[in-house]
Design a protein around this ligand. Structure first.
Ligand SMILES: Nc1nc2c(ncn2[C@@H]2O[C@H](COP(=O)(O)OP(=O)(O)OP(=O)(O)O)[C@@H](O)[C@H]2O)c(=O)[nH]1
Ligand SMILES: [Mg+2]
Length: 241
């Protein structure tokens, strides 16, 4: 007999990982966006708190782990981003050189490590950061987030995650779609897309839109655009601070 109160789908705690990208230059903001306080909490910390509330493990991909060490919630770990481009960016602020990242290449897909990390050293991008994080993911799906999303809401992401069970096998990602294309830095990817991603990067590709156009991607059926608000400029920051 059917239960009168069917249990809503909640992702099994081990079924979803998170990747937060925090290796950008913040050139439009003029200072490190990840550290900007919103409601008294640094932006990166805010994003990580939402991510770890939904995901079993969260990986923060950045060349600057020392800079962010103090603000990572329990359950979040660093992946130290590889590449000379990252080192140049790191030299703008507190130095984040030397040592190993949280996983140090010990993840289950570590055979991919050199491939994702060895691309042209001056061309790091959100796409290559994602690939370096994805190497460590062991769950079927991963939530990818930018660190500059001050309006993220756990309940909304929980609603989105419910759609994952219905995804056809060939679907590589479940993402918000807006008139100009996909919103690649606030949505879900299948771990198995790593091979295709690395092939694309190896060929010199750096565009999420171009990469995603080659594969089946599912649009989120319904979403509030406000959750995607990006804090890129001082004017954006004034809206949320
Ligand atoms: N790990 C990693 N993250 C990146 C890289 N480039 C951008 N990101 C992150 O990707 C997200 C979106 O980046 P943008 O909004 O374009 O920000 P940005 O590159 O920091 O800023 P601008 O220099 O103003 O374009 C942010 O979370 C960035 O920290 C990168 O090379 N590596
Ligand atoms: Mg942005």
């Amino acid at each position: 007999m059917d239960s009168p109160h069917p249990t809503p789908y909640t992702p099994h705690p081990t079924s979803l990982s998170g990747i937060v990208l925090a290796g950008g230059k913040s050139s439009r903001m003029g200072r490190d966006k990840a550290l900007l306080p919103v409601d008294g909490v640094p932006l990166l910390q805010k994003v990580c708190e939402v991510a770890i509330a939904l995901c079993d493990r969260v990986y923060v991909v950045t060349p600057w782990q020392e800079r962010y060490q103090h603000l990572l919630p329990v359950g979040c770990e660093f992946i130290r981003e590889q590449g000379a481009g990252s080192r140049e960016q790191g030299d703008r602020g507190t130095k984040g050189q030397g040592g190993q990242g949280g996983q140090g290449g010990q993840g289950s897909n570590s055979s991919h490590q050199s491939l994702a990390a060895s691309n042209s050293p001056t061309t790091n991008s959100p796409l290559t950061g994602f690939a370096q994080g994805l190497i460590h993911v062991e769950t079927e799906w991963v939530l990818l987030l930018a660190c500059d999303l001050p309006c993220l809401r756990l309940e909304v992401l929980q609603d989105w995650a419910r759609e994952l069970v219905e995804m056809p096998k060939e679907t590589i990602a479940l993402l918000p779609r807006h008139p100009k294309g996909w919103e690649p830095l606030c949505g879900f990817y299948r771990r198995s897309c790593l091979t295709a991603l690395e092939e694309y990067i190896e060929q010199g590709g750096r565009s999420f839109q171009q990469w995603l156009a080659q594969y089946p991607v599912q649009p989120l059926s319904d979403f509030e655009p406000s959750i995607l608000f990006n804090c890129n400029t001082p004017t954006d920051y004034a809206v949320v601070s």
